[in-house]
Design a protein around this ligand. Sequence first.
Ligand SMILES: [Zn+2]
Length: 430
Amino acid sequence: MTTRPTTSTTSTTSTTSFDRMWGDLAPLGRDGGTGGYRRYAWTRTDHDLREWFAGECAARGLDVVEDRAGNQWAWWGDPDSTPGVVIGSHLDSVPDGGAFDGPLGVVSALATVDALRAAGVEPDVPLGVVNFVDEEGARFGIACAGSRIITGVLDADRARALTDADGVTMAEAWQRAGRDPAGLGRDDETVRRIGTFVELHVEQGKALALAPDGTDDLDDPARAVAIGTDIWPHGRWRIDLPGEANHAGTTRIEDRHDAMIGLAGVVQAARAYAVAQGCVATVGKVVVEPGGVNAIPSHVTAWLDARGRDEDAVRATVDAVTAEAGAHGATTTLESWTPTTTFDAGLVDRLHGILPDAPLLGTGAGHDAGVLATHGVPSAMLFVRNPTGISHSPAESAEATDCHHGVTALTAVVTELCSRKDLDPMGDAR
Ligand SMILES: [Zn+2]
């Protein structure tokens, strides 16, 4: 029998458990020098985080099962009886990342289980809590590797052969972590269990922290949590700029063929065309050869990341940058492209019905929820206000009260979605 949790029960129980778990996680993988987190897949730190997750689930009487990508799933109820409702996120980080990107969703999901139990809510359908592995792709270069592997988007052989900065393959990393890489691969049985996925995440921009008039507004509780509607189209391109190595002191300016000059033009063009098209473009990674202070660069490889609300605008930006690069003799190669991901409209409507005050928000960041949505799993997201708007940095933040609002919102959502009367129409649709 499903009952709606009272606000007082939700806040007391889940606030206490949220704060305790947040404190437990805080030191894991934090670099003492930068204050940022270095939580990379299949490392010792990752092992500790996974043990922490399994321990929290065990303490709640939930068994953890691992799928064929190493994602961890804790189920309340039998996931093979009927597709369930899944909440959770990831525990890994980018290099020197913030505390909230990922862990906020996992800790909020566990606190939601506590809130439901304190309120006497028994889900009518299985409720899953997931910790997706390797979401950031910080070690092997492919973001959302855990969800891409189980959905078959990332081929098993390609995944096993991915290498980290030290030349260690994912297969070798699996072996070192005590796993058999032969078992890595697409996992239809796991995906079938996910009837609905709702990923709570820290907002990675300032939309919620700004009032409609553009001023900071961190007090409005109605703007503490937003409902995600879509993920902007985004892609990565590699730009190879040719040059000729020579001495930095003895080569006359007019005799030089300096690959770095071309890069300067490309970076400026990326900025200018992105502004003109109303999207964003970033050159965040560059490799220079031969890489000597006193040597003229013979080759520069740069990576362009471009995103925006409008797919045509992103493509127009990249076309213009490609033309600029071409004028410097460079070639531009597409490495990855993800079109607009629209979250399930019916699910977004239902979330809006449950959280009528929550703003609707698109995002420029990729997520496991996007991978699952593209694969046909009804998915959506909740975003918690981030006062700095900064993410992938130690400056990423969220106020404790907003985090608690997030748990309350997630609890309300799960209570409704796990109610048999509410899930039936979507169950039929699946
Ligand atoms: Zn994330």
